[in-house]
Design a protein around this ligand. Sequence first.
Ligand code: FAD
Ligand code: NAP
Ligand code: SF4
Length: 645
Amino acid sequence: MGSMHLGLEEESDGFSKLATFYAERARGGAGLIVTGGISPNRRGVLGPNGARMQSMRHAKKHQVITEAVHREGGRILMQILHGGRYSYHPFNVAPSALKAPINRFKPRALSERGVERTIKDFVHSAHLAKAAGYDGVEIMGSEGYLINQFLVSSTNHRKDRYGGSFENRMRFPVEIIRRIRERMGDDFVIMYRLSMLDLVADGSSWDEVIQMARAIEEAGASIINTGIGWHEARVPTIATLVPRGGFTFVTKRLMGSVSIPLVTTNRLNMPGVCEEALEQGCADLISMARPFLADPDLVIKAKTNRTDEINTCIGCNQACLDQIFKQQIASCLVNPRAAHEGEWPLDARTSDPRRIAVVGAGPAGLSAATELARTGHAVTLYEKSHQIGGQFNMAKRIPGKEEFNETLRYFNRQLELLGVAVQLNTDVQAGELLAYDEVVLATGVKPRAWNVSGAGEDARVVSYIDVLKGDVELGDTIAIIGAGGIGFDVAEFLVHDGRHDFYETWGIDKELRERGGLNAPADVTSERTVHMLQRSAKKMGGGLGKTTGWIHRMGLKKAGVQMHTGVAYQSLSPDGLRYTQDGEEHTLAADHFVVCAGQEPFHPLAEDLKVMGKPAHLIGGALNASKLDAQRAIKEGLELAYALR
Ligand code: FAD
Ligand code: NAP
Ligand code: SF4
């Protein structure tokens, strides 16, 4: 299980929660766990209160984790990570005083004595990790953190023995590994996360990657793990649009160059794709990180031929990385229990089993129905359409969001396993629900109408639902009204023509000939003319995920989508849409106007049930459509099930 910082590392009672979290994954079959990054000293922490391993007091706090994992028969390494110029505080240090484009704090250049002290801090930290009971350490040498900054000439302008030639630039990590091995002896795992593909201009060349791997082996590393892309790289590396196993080709290229095992990573989310990577000789070992948030039992399920029961990571980043960037505890959109195991224990059962009707099989209803059944209630799930999934059936049609299918496969299987009675094609009426002890309304949302004058009667005005269901033949010029999550997805749906694959679109050099693995991206300008409009003058897409919003914005820009902010709609006429912007009048002619103007709660049964003396529980969009997403919908289903215990 790959390293993930959960935010619990900095919480006052976080270590016992981390122990529960890691122990559950060890029990679920993870062969080797790597913790989130822990800094070897104060300067290297990622944020002001970042976790460090610098004293026996720190080591003692970790013991609860290592004991819990070992009790389950697992093995665990502590990752040592020094942020360098990525550390988000004013006391950060780096090989040279060069500010990172993703940090407002400019680092101070380490003196030669400072470099020496930092190496000693890594070694001390590894020693303390052993004292805490860890089976070894992973040295974080990738993603653009301190070690990476030493390796690459654009971030290392030093004139001493740690700068200049590549031999000099790699001296810092090689010395760290050599001295840790010297201090810790043979019975201690040292995994090194090697940046094999920097994806930044002037990054390492492939020859340097090989040279580095050999030097690291020689210095005493036991395993080499793969790192892909610096955090400042403008190429997606783990988001859902990255093809499954999309970077295993990089690790494969290194196979045979060293004799220690190689680990491959990134967007490996299901057993089949892992098996394929191993069969094709891409690596000796597989690392998955986020998939263990989505399902702690994924290995055991794979081993026992229950792959169809795996709750698959869909690569959305919404509840994991995006939350970390908002200084919140990480969790998982499809598994809100992740990192909150204590709040919703899996073995909880009701002492008062009841007959419960759940109306609506979108994410909220599916989550409620399965969790209510798990806790011991007899559940009937009503859905008016022919399939479960609600809006996920539209989301899964967006190019790059195909993974949403997996969530529907997972819920379908859970409904079967838990014996939920599913009634599809049933637009249930209030009277039929009176026979139940409890009623849950998860009937979702209805799209908000666009109330500009002339829109009501105009055949060019269509809803995102018509477009995504394929119910309209669209013209060449489209205006999208509203630029929230759905407006962006609809734009992607309209401009994506499949002419270029992921690597061509983002300029990834699969031959690894160019430094950093970058080459010129393909021209992906769409043949369709697409406009996006919003009334707010704020940055378009500002409400999208912290770690994925830039991908959507950049993708649409590459496709030539024209974005109009600060727009005031006036009227729609045969000539087009009249609007004002910055006080100027404009007319936008288009073949279609696709309305993506947000949504409103849809709960027609709520009032009837109340009148009949059976008030219902509302969740998801039915409760509140403002700021609704699948993360909230699924979590509300789980919370309600535990509240009704
Ligand atoms: P819905 O998904 O709307 O489900 C409600 C269900 O109730 C429907 O199946 C409906 O048929 C059924 N129903 C209604 N009335 C009745 C009745 N009387 N009887 C029986 N059944 C009834 N969210 C994210 O978090 N991340 C994303 O990347 C994302 N992408 C999206 C992309 C698109 C194109 C769309 C449209 C949405 C996307 N969303 C995304 C939003 C997410 O899908 C919704 O927030 C979520 O589906 C809301 O869940 P819900 O269960 O409340 O409602
Ligand atoms: P949304 O994010 O609230 O966006 C609605 C858009 O419509 C805004 O751009 C808004 O901008 C505009 N709008 C609002 N009222 C309007 C009106 N009366 N007339 C014209 N325009 C109006 O809602 P959404 O796009 O429908 O998405 C629904 C939910 O699904 C969101 O909460 C989102 O989190 C989730 N989702 C997430 C993703 C994802 O990738 N994470 C993808 C899809 C959906 P102005 O008011 O400035 O014009
Ligand atoms: Fe995967 Fe999304 Fe869950 Fe993160 S929140 S672990 S990306 S499914």
